[in-house]
Design a protein around this ligand. Structure first.
Ligand SMILES: [Zn+2]
Length: 393
């Protein structure tokens, strides 16, 4: 069957073997995101489809390299796509499942209909394949000069827990306003914009063709390789150190904001930068709360605020859910240009975070539905902690 392996190279030779395996064989590298970043003493997570399993195992054995089996992937994939409920109102279990794109669109419709006085769907743009990009605006009162926060999900298609979080977050906010003190305080002081699926074409593709697709689905002349890594396409030190190879998982595109999805989000944030104080983008996996910068190792001027907020969030997650989230500047672990959080920060949104949700590699991108509830509650705790901090500033 399809498998997910964890392999830790101990020598430079073993690093080269893994680079070779991940580029020459039909496999999908989960961690790190590109073979260029494979290094000694750091675990590599590799998805190996059944048809290349024998060749990969032979090669590892030949070099005396051991591996740990993380998961039997095809079983997990099948479990995640089973029993989809098509009725968004079928009770709390709706938020404990993954949903195909069409169901998310109908959920957006339903939500704006059920909460017509407080929720609006704003069309911020459309995708390469012309699917609409809707952001929900949650606005519970009309205070003058109200501030706002922005959350986007699903920039990377295969990170299914991310859109699941955005849905669950909106549900929590609307259901517990006036019941839960924290969400009430937040909504009393801020409007909240939530973009549940930033990359709808990629997300659709993960449901129909390739569960592990990451990029968008844009085409370009001169190559059969499809898609741009939208989180390398923002205008934050764009292209410097990213991949310019259209076949790479971290292809940065032909110029900053070359992709309609990136441009739509950037345009919206530019035109709302005076009100939006907090930017949060949701990814998986690795359980990290990251803040600028990711494209350089320099520290942001409000480092102490960002650090305090991220630490507060991680501490609360540990306190309530006994789970560990690392935090810090993104660039300390891996330099990555063109990311949305750095771009938003440079735009002037000084509280800017990337959340990497569950898990730390046991299931990776194939996090089972049984874990959704817990993963979303942890992230919700993190978001609320940070938002309340921002309000006090
Ligand atoms: Zn991601």
């Amino acid at each position: 069957s399809d498998q997910v392996l964890s392999i830790t190279p101990n020598t430079q030779e073993e690093v080269e073997v893994l680079k070779n395996v991940s580029t020459q064989y039909e496999t999908n590298l989960w961690q790190p995101v590109s073979s260029d970043h494979i290094e000694a003493e750091t675990p590599v997570h590799l998805y190996v489809p059944a048809n290349s399993s024998e060749a990969v195992m032979d090669l590892l054995q030949k070099h005396g390299m051991t591996h740990v089996l993380l998961a039997n992937a095809d079983e997990l994939i099948e479990m995640q796509m089973r029993n989809d409920s098509t009725d968004p109102r079928s009770g709390s279990t709706f938020y404990q499942k993954y949903h195909p794109l069409e169901v998310i669109y109908s959920w957006i419709n339903r939500t704006t209909h059920d909460y017509s006085s407080t929720v609006k769907a704003i069309l911020v743009g459309s995708s390469y394949e012309k699917r609409p990009l809707y952001a929900l605006k949650l606005s519970l009162n009309n205070r003058p000069n109200k501030k706002a926060m922005w959350i986007d999900c699903g920039i990377h298609a295969r990170e299914w827990i991310s859109p699941a979080f955005c849905l669950s977050f909106v549900h929590h906010a609307l259901s517990f306003y006036n019941q839960n003190r924290e969400i009430t305080d937040i909504l009393d002081s801020m409007d909240i914009y939530v973009l549940p699926v930033l990359n709808p074409d990629g997300y659709k593709h993960t449901w129909t063709k390739n569960r592990l697709w990451r990029k968008n689905r844009s085409l370009r002349r001169g190559t059969n390789c499809v898609g741009v890594d939208l989180n390398r396409n923002f205008d934050a030190s764009w292209g410097q150190g990213a991949s310019h190879d259209p076949c790479s998982e971290i292809f940065c595109g032909s110029f900053p904001e070359s992709e309609p999805e990136t441009q739509a989000v950037a345009d919206f944030l530019r035109s709302h930068k005076d009100s939006i104080q907090l930017y949060i983008t949701i990814h998986s996996y690795s359980q990290k709360l990251l803040f600028p910068f990711s494209y350089i190792t320099d520290e942001p001027e409000n480092l102490s605020d960002l650090l305090e907020m991220a630490k507060g969030a991680a501490d609360n997650i540990r306190k309530y859910y006994l789970n560990h989230y690392a935090y810090g500047s993104g660039g300390k672990a891996l330099l990555a240009p063109g990311g949305s959080d750095d771009w938003a920060y440079n735009l002037g949104i000084k509280y800017s975070f990337t959340f990497e949700l569950q898990d730390r590699g046991r299931y990776g991108f194939l996090l089972p539905e049984s874990q959704i509830d817990r993963a979303c509650k942890e992230a919700l705790t993190g978001v609320k902690t940070i938002a309340l901090n921002v309000i006090e500033k």
